[in-house]
Design a protein around this ligand. Structure first.
Ligand code: ADE
Length: 351
């Protein structure tokens, strides 16, 4: 077998492993997704507003206004869309912007919708211009404007669509074009979860998965879950595996902490990538500011992963700050990493 074939074979196998992992994650997440507002923990202000909008839509016998959810990944945007569909008693079709590359992808999905249904588009900030242009009349007037022919002979056709609700989700509301953002009737930011809320999420998941966990064990995991239910749910599984192999399967505070230490997740919930990023800014760039591209290249991570996955929590925890000249760390970062904070020029008495 040639090297090229070998590489292709390896890539194929690797892609298969990745696809299986995504499939496994999706199945795992689906099995524990809450289906009702009562089961959905946290985001209480948002839940209250949504309940009213749903009630009103039902009274008017109209679909719900188009909704945009934004905020860091893993806070339950897709889950909430599923709860809304359940509550409205309608079907939901789930897709994401990168899957709507060609005009026929978005046209196909819009034409497949039935009256009242919900279309959920994840990562909606990544929608291309053509797809956006198709969406505008669909969202506003529930029509598809199709053009046929070329220049002189171009004809437009209006195809009516059933009334539907679009729920868009994005980690980057700022990257959404103005005209698209303006077409959402309801725009909401999802907040990081408190430790108590995460602890409830963990106990709920443990119950579904028949994992034995006590109150303090749940809190220990919640504390290191970066305010994010998706992370909390993954950690419960990992800690449960550890408890099963090393102990009798039951999770208490000590076992949770021992397992999380082994996973190199610290008491702030930071993992090796986060700590590498912070140490890089401190050790190589004197605490910053330094551009995100430089950081990404230095630690071998993709800029998008850093911006979408690592940064939101580090920013919220006050461990990095965004400045026009790049990212910098804070005195808190030095404290957290057990380092001495550098003295300012004034402290050194140079002036
Ligand atoms: N799993 C993920 N997000 C959740 C939430 N908000 N409430 C309950 N379980 C969850």
């Amino acid at each position: 077998m040639s090297i090229v074939a070998d590489n292709e074979d390896f890539k194929k196998r690797n892609d298969n492993v990745k696809a299986e992992k995504i499939e496994y994650d999706r199945n795992f997440e689906n099995s524990i997704r809450p289906k009702t507002f009562d089961a959905y923990i946290g985001q209480s202000a948002l839940k209250e507003t949504l309940k009213i909008s749903i009630e009103a839509a039902k009274k008017r016998e109209l679909p719900l206004d188009h909704l945009l959810f934004y905020g860091p990944p893993g806070l339950g945007k897709t889950t909430l869309a599923g709860v809304i569909a359940e509550q409205m008693g309608v079907e939901i079709k789930i897709t994401s912007a990168p899957a709507l590359e060609r005009p026929r992808d978005i046209i196909g999905i819009l034409m497949s919708l039935k009256g009242g249904e919900i279309l959920f588009i994840d990562e909606i900030h990544r929608l291309n211009k053509v797809a956006e242009e198709i969406l505008y009349p669909a969202m506003e007037d529930f029509v598809l404007d199709m053009t046929t022919g070329k220049s002189q002979t171009v004809k437009t056709m209006r195809i009516p669509l059933p009334k539907f609700t679009l729920i868009g989700a994005t980690t980057k509301a700022g990257e959404l074009s103005g005209p698209l953002r303006d077409r959402f009737g309801i725009v909401h930011r999802l907040e990081f979860y408190t430790e108590d809320e995460l602890s409830q999420v963990i106990k709920r998941t443990a119950k579904i998965l028949e994992i034995d966990i006590d109150e303090k064990g749940a809190h220990a995991i919640a504390k290191r879950s970066r305010g994010t239910p998706r992370i909390a749910n993954r950690l419960v599984k990992r800690v449960s595996d550890f408890a099963l192999v090393k102990y009798d399967g039951k999770i208490n505070e000590d076992i949770a902490n021992e397992s999380l230490d082994l996973l190199k997740i610290d008491e702030f919930g930071l993992d090796t990538t986060d700590r590498t990023l912070l140490r890089l800014i401190i050790d190589k760039f004197d605490g910053g500011p330094v551009g995100i591209e430089t950081i990404a290249a230095a630690i071998g991570e993709d800029v998008r992963t850093l911006e979408d996955v690592c940064e939101p929590y580090l920013l919220q925890a006050g461990l990095i700050q965004r400045t026009p000249r790049g990212r910098k760390v804070s005195p808190e970062t030095y404290r957290h990493l057990g380092l001495k904070s550098p003295q300012t020029v004034e402290q050194r008495g140079l002036f």
